[in-house]
Design a binder for this molecule. Structure first.
Ligand code: ADP
Ligand code: ZN
Ligand code: ZN
Length: 721
């Protein structure tokens, strides 16, 4: 069929990339990047994105599109190029990539107007406000909070005052506060700190300032060395030249901190973007960025897909962080996409970290990233003193050694705060029979059950199925069953018995909302002596100025892990967690409880530091020909029958014969062999060249049986997920 009005659209449909539709006569031809609605089979009003035009189609009779949904393309050329590249690289259909990247708002056919939202800030200072607030304690409280935390939305204050929205309106009448309809702030008089940059900071900043085209940079600085300060000054320069800046951070929890830091220092319009925002808000930020109504966006992973009109710089903070890699659906790496986006937009990209990933160091060694090292803390304080504690020789109480408990007592009684880091929630990770050794495990998964005392249940952390406590051992009938090991709940209970200060627990069981976060963080920021028990969520980026002691519990699993990245991740974690201590005036102290103090890992890391640890890691990887010296992909597959699963994966192995440049291993049982009643196996593909890897994967896609449920993880960062 020859028809000049054929458009190709991307839709989320498995196994196909683009579909042809016809634009009815008399309608304008929608440009690429525009959303249209189409009928697919018998589904009406599916939202699709125009990718291109075509003069001919293989199909005789094309359906017409039913509506054009945008006046102007939602996705610009940069984004379309980025999506196409991601689709190719991660072996996913383009429609699926776009579907994943778009905020939900834009995937709905019926778009209401995007709802409005108000951000509040003070227009008076506390001194002038005071006489007007004497009659109302609540108004005073809300004003004080706002002054410290502005700009905020009314709902962000609801944790200190439920009627905050009404109180803000009263304050507005008194002309003490004002609101802005846009989800950003625009400070006219940014604060400029008094200090001078250190030589290393200046050197990095000077070099970065000169970049106006694509180039990639590694800002490799120990915690507290002033990386953020370099970002801030660089961002200021870009804003002065009329550019927009995207700053990626690994976690939602870190966006408010950087946001408020930037808001004080930058005269520009600032917005945040992350999955915790409502659909409407995310859509609004997209529109504002695209219209160049915001200057800086602080975003988590998915922010890499936001449209900008004049993007001129991308900063990826904590570039080593695993959260940048999406672990379900399309497994993209936002850090790697940031580098591609920098290339497409021809703008500089800055990766920052105290513990750069091996991939990034590898490229820095090769000169592909410019490398700046900041090795001195700006406050001249030395890094925290770290000591290893051999727990084999220690008496333990609820996961902590007596020596650790004494240290904690010492620090809190001198007015300091303590962080106990333990990456395991619940009371205990196992429930076992003391007579025969039986351990309670999930019927649906290949996993032990965790005991949670507050609910008095055993919980599978892989499928969330719960079980009641067995009255006797199902294997031998003994009644002598009980817990083994410790989780955060138990450590907290143990400390509550021993100490009179507040014990704060930060894990997924206690922190369920942004509000819980805020409430918890405020207690810490108040500076009251307390003990904080936290999982991963507290390890990163937070600045706690009163924190002087960090205790790390249970790191030993990493030494027995099958994942060749386990020690890299442990090293990064230990350095990051340690970095929380001693930011303020006191010398920080870190205690690592371990049963393996003799591990050479500790000597490398603690005596020689991360850089030399990384050198050794890289040499090992090179000798094994593992990433970053090779290119890897893992095929994850699952099925209810283990043998059938193996059989269906076999073609992946035999296909290797046609691909001498790749090494294929498997099918191997996944580290968690069964999850939610399904068996899980994987095939690991390792190749010396990216091209060879992709050539193999492309062919594999057409070789594996259609009824097999599987996904490809290109550049995996963890072996199981
Ligand atoms: P990082 O991001 O590397 O952890 P930050 O940029 O947060 O470090 O800096 C740590 C602290 O030191 C901040 O409070 C910052 O304001 C301050 N700071 C940064 N640069 C300097 C400097 N050159 N002199 C004095 N203080 C500085
Ligand atoms: Zn038993
Ligand atoms: Zn389970």
């Amino acid at each position: 069929m020859n028809n000049p009005r054929i458009i190709q659209v991307a839709l989320k449909v498995p196994f196909t990339s683009l579909l042809d539709y016809q634009v009815p006569a008399g309608w304008p031809l929608p440009p690429p990047g525009t959303r249209v609605s189409v009928t697919l089979g018998n589904q009406k009003n599916k939202v699709a994105i125009v990718i291109g035009y075509s003069k001919v189609s293989q199909h005789k009779k094309l359906k017409p599109i039913s509506a054009i949904l945008d006046d102007q393309p939602l996705l610009n050329e940069t984004l379309l190029t980025l999506f196409k590249k991601a689709a190719q690289y991660y072996q996913a259909p383009l429609g699926e990539v776009i579907h994943m990247a778009l905020p939900r708002w834009f995937k709905q056919y019926k778009n209401k107007t995007i709802p409005k939202q108000y951000w509040w800030r003070c227009v008076a200072n506390p001194d002038t406000a005071k006489p007007l607030l004497v009659r109302s304690k609540k108004q005073q409280m809300v004003f004080d909070y706002l002054f410290k935390n502005q700009p905020v939305q009314a709902k962000d204050i609801s944790h200190i005052e439920t009627s905050s929205a009404a109180i803000l309106k009263q304050l507005e009448k008194k002309q003490l506060v004002e609101r802005s309809e846009l989800c950003f702030i625009d400070r006219k008089n940014p604060i400029q700190p008094e200090f001078q940059l250190t030589k290393d900071q200046q050197k990095a900043l000077d070099a970065l300032t000169e970049q106006h085209h694509f180039s990639s940079h590694l800002l490799d600085g120990i915690t507290g060395s002033g990386k953020t300060e370099v970002y801030i000054r660089l961002i200021q320069k870009h804003l002065r030249q009329g550019g927009q800046v995207l700053v990626l951070v690994p976690e939602i929890g870190l966006t408010p901190q950087l946001f408020s830091e930037l808001s004080e220092r930058i005269s520009g319009r600032l917005a945040v973007l992350h999955s915790g925002l409502s659909d409407g808000t995310r859509a609004r930020v997209w529109h504002q960025a695209q219209a160049a109504q915001v200057d800086v966006i602080v975003a988590t992973r998915s922010g890499i897909f936001a449209p900008f009109k004049r993007l001129s710089l991308i900063v990826v903070d904590e570039e080593h962080d695993l959260s940048y890699k999406q672990q379900d659906g399309i497994r993209y790496s936002a850090r790697d996409l940031a580098l591609w986006r920098g290339q497409i937009d021809d703008i500089p990209v800055v990766l920052g970290s105290a513990t750069p990933s091996m991939e990034t160091l590898f490229l820095a060694h090769q000169g592909k990233h410019q490398w700046y090292k900041l090795r001195i803390r700006t406050n001249q304080k030395s890094l925290p003193k770290t000591c290893l504690q051999n727990t084999r020789q220690q008496k333990m109480s609820h996961g902590l050694s007596i020596a650790s408990i004494n240290e904690i007592k010492k620090h809190v009684s001198s007015g300091q705060q303590v962080l106990v880091f333990l990456n395991r929630r619940g009371w205990a990770p196992k429930w076992l029979c003391h007579d025969c050794g039986w351990v309670a495990s999930c019927d649906d998964c290949d996993a032990y059950l965790t005991f949670h005392k507050n609910t008095n249940l055993l919980v599978c952390h892989h499928c969330n199925r719960t079980y009641s406590i067995p009255e006797f051992c199902p294997d031998c009938g003994s009644q002598d069953t009980g817990v083994m090991g410790v989780g955060t709940e138990r450590v907290a209970a143990g400390l509550e018995q021993n100490l009179a200060v507040p014990i704060l627990r930060f894990d997924r069981d206690t922190i369920k909302s942004a509000r819980d976060w805020q409430t918890g963080l405020e207690v810490i920021r108040n500076g009251t002596p307390c003990v904080i028990i936290g999982t991963q969520m507290l390890a990163k980026g937070h600045d706690f100025s009163q924190l002087s002691l960090v205790i790390v519990v249970n790191v030993d699993n990493s030494f027995y892990s099958a994942d060749f990245r386990a020690t890299e991740h442990l090293a990064q974690l230990l350095i990051q967690v340690s970095g929380r201590a001693g930011r303020a005036d006191t010398q920080g102290e870190v205690i690592i409880q371990t049963e393996n103090p003799q591990q050479p890992f500790f000597q490398q890391l603690l005596e020689q530091g991360y850089e030399s640890f990384a050198d050794i890691q890289l040499k090992e990887r090179q000798s094994l020909q593992f990433p970053p010296f090779s290119h890897m992909a893992i095929i994850h597959a699952q099925h209810k029958d283990n043998q059938q699963l193996t059989d269906m994966l076999r073609p992946a192995i035999s296909l290797q014969q046609e691909h001498p440049d790749v090494v294929v291993l498997g099918p191997l049982p996944a580290p968690i062999q069964r999850k939610q009643k399904l068996y899980r196996q994987q095939v690991v593909v390792n190749a010396n060249s990216r091209k060879a890897l992709h050539y193999y994967l492309n062919q594999l896609k057409t070789t594996l049986p259609q009824k097999l449920s599987w996904i490809i993880d290109v550049d995996p960062v963890v072996l199981d997920s």
